[in-house]
Design a protein around this ligand. Structure first.
Ligand SMILES: [Zn+2]
Length: 156
């Protein structure tokens, strides 16, 4: 999903959730987690290209045209959410952190549903097993084959 789609959906859900959950720090963290989890894409981009200039246009061109070689994206990991959930349940016990975890989980679920990758690629251990090679995670949907090309997605 694009950054703008995440902003739109996360903001919409924030407004909906705010009707019955009045934890304002939790709501803020839900919104921040639901959107800015994508900062790990930027880290992957810098690691691969060496380009440290922040530009949404450059990042979107890189990721939406499937130019990445490795998919680390450490924050896009189901394991991280489960780990943080247990830490919060047994140690930290802050209600507002459930907002952050819900935002992170919602973001990953949306990415898993709408990005052209296998659903299990959001398991960090699965990515590790495949040495983070991005082409291993691409999904072939009916009639459309997602392959890295110079100008975007190819259709077969
Ligand atoms: Zn994402």
């Amino acid at each position: 999903m694009t950054f703008r789609q995440h902003v739109t959906i996360t903001t919409g859900l924030l407004l909906l959730v705010s009707f019955f959950w009045k934890n304002y720090l939790g709501l803020l963290l839900f919104w921040l987690g639901g959107i800015f989890i994508d900062v790990d894409h930027y880290l992957d981009y810098v690691k691969e290209t060496g380009d440290t200039r922040i530009s949404l246009r450059r990042l979107e061109d890189y990721f939406y045209n499937l130019k990445e070689q490795k998919f680390y994206c450490v924050f896009h990991s189901y394991e991280l959410i489960v780990l943080l959930l247990f830490i919060n349940i047994f140690y930290l016990k802050h209600d507002y952190l459930y907002g952050l975890l819900a935002g992170l989980a919602m973001h990953i679920i949306l990415d898993a549903l709408f990005n052209p990758v296998k659903i299990q690629c959001y398991l960090f251990l699965y990515r590790l097993k495949h040495a983070f090679v991005f082409s291993e995670f691409l999904q072939q949907k009916a009639g459309i084959q997602y392959l890295p090309t110079s100008n975007g997605l190819s259709e077969d």
